[in-house]
Design a protein around this ligand. Structure first.
Ligand code: FES
Length: 147
């Protein structure tokens, strides 16, 4: 049911932990399943993400997607990190079962929340970044209503 890559990132998650004095930190949750993800980013003066760490209290797919998301954003510029969507994370993991797609949304939103925090601390606007939601469940419902 899960790809080898998902199992690998679940069993050996990369970049677990916290950063001291992160440039940006964001926490998002999904009230529907109760899962929570916190993402820490260290961004240098050139706007390159040097380090990314995460803590996830959640299902296996949430752990695997946050692990992969931190791997994908490391070394990237802020704008490139915005391209790390839940779809990009899922593709990098060779897919997720349909019922687990929402878990990858948590990873995307956690990156956005950390970038938002960075932008607020530095008093800058990141083009293309929308204010993240604390509860991803609300966003899903809003998306469902659109269809
Ligand atoms: Fe909640 Fe996976 S079931 S994030």
């Amino acid at each position: 049911m899960y790809s080898e890559k998902v199992m690998d990132h679940f069993n050996n998650p990369r970049n677990v932990g916290e950063l001291e004095n992160p440039s940006g930190v964001g926490t998002v949750g999904n009230a529907k399943c109760g899962d929570i993800m916190r993402m820490y980013l260290d961004i240098d003066d050139n706007g390159i993400i040097r380090e990314a760490k995460f803590k996830t209290f959640g299902c296996g797919a949430a752990v695997a997607t946050s692990s992969m998301a931190t791997e994908l954003v490391k070394g990237k510029t802020i704008q490139e990190a915005l391209q790390v969507t839940n779809k990009a994370v899922m593709e990098a993991l060779d897919g997720l079962p349909p019922v687990k797609v929402h878990c990858s949304l948590l990873a995307e939103e956690a990156i956005h929340a950390a970038l938002w925090d960075y932008a607020e601390k530095h008093n800058i606007t990141i083009e293309g970044l929308e204010k993240p939601v604390n509860d991803i469940g609300e966003k899903e419902e809003a998306e469902e209503e659109q269809y």
